[in-house]
Design a protein around this ligand. Structure first.
Ligand code: SF4
Ligand code: SF4
Length: 168
């Protein structure tokens, strides 16, 4: 579009911006802002962190704790975390004003106790998640308190026992 044409369109449409913050922000019905995690609903599965494009949500094991951390400074307000959360623990708010002098003010944490592998003691996942999945998945309950490495080892041992020729 030529410059003159652009000026004509602008003159016809008029001013479309606001004198924010004097005038107040334009927050529409479908506006997405920062998220809120309900710690009582969250079971610490980490699905939100896996789905988060800019790694605004992360999970890490710290001793006997699994920490889900939300860093507002990286959030692009896409809402994918809320889409994938199996517990509907994430709410998308309309908040977007988070100016702060401290990065720590922009961090929010949900903490869970870690469930340990009954074989090697390594971390399996959050206690709350393991307990809930165990209750629902009764037929495969035997391996739910094992970490992925021990599960793979047990599977390999079982295959070697029942299919000795394949395991060679
Ligand atoms: S996806 Fe939901 S339940 Fe899982 S860690 Fe994130 S907020 Fe918690
Ligand atoms: S809204 Fe998007 S960027 Fe922000 S925490 Fe959720 S998935 Fe990550």
């Amino acid at each position: 579009m030529s410059y003159v044409k652009l000026l004509r369109v602008a003159a016809k449409v008029g001013r479309v911006t606001r004198k924010y913050p004097a005038e107040g922000s334009l927050v529409t019905e479908y506006f997405r802002g920062t998220i809120e995690i309900d710690p009582a609903m969250c079971w610490g599965c980490g699905a939100c962190a896996l789905a988060c494009p800019p790694n605004s949500l992360t999970t890490k094991v710290e001793g006997d704790r699994i920490v889900i951390e939300y860093f507002i400074g990286r959030c692009i307000f896409c809402g994918r975390c809320a889409d994938v959360c199996p517990k509907e623990a994430i709410t998308i708010t309309k908040n977007f004003e988070h100016a702060s002098k401290s990065l720590e003010d922009l961090k929010y944490r949900v903490i869970h106790r870690v469930s340990r592998c009954s074989r090697c003691g390594g971390p399996v996942g959050a206690e709350e998640e393991v307990r809930n999945v165990s209750e629902r998945a009764y037929p495969v309950k035997a391996s739910l308190d094992l970490c992925p490495s021990c599960r793979a080892e047990l599977l390999a041992e079982a295959l070697a026992k029942y299919h000795p020729r394949r395991s060679r």
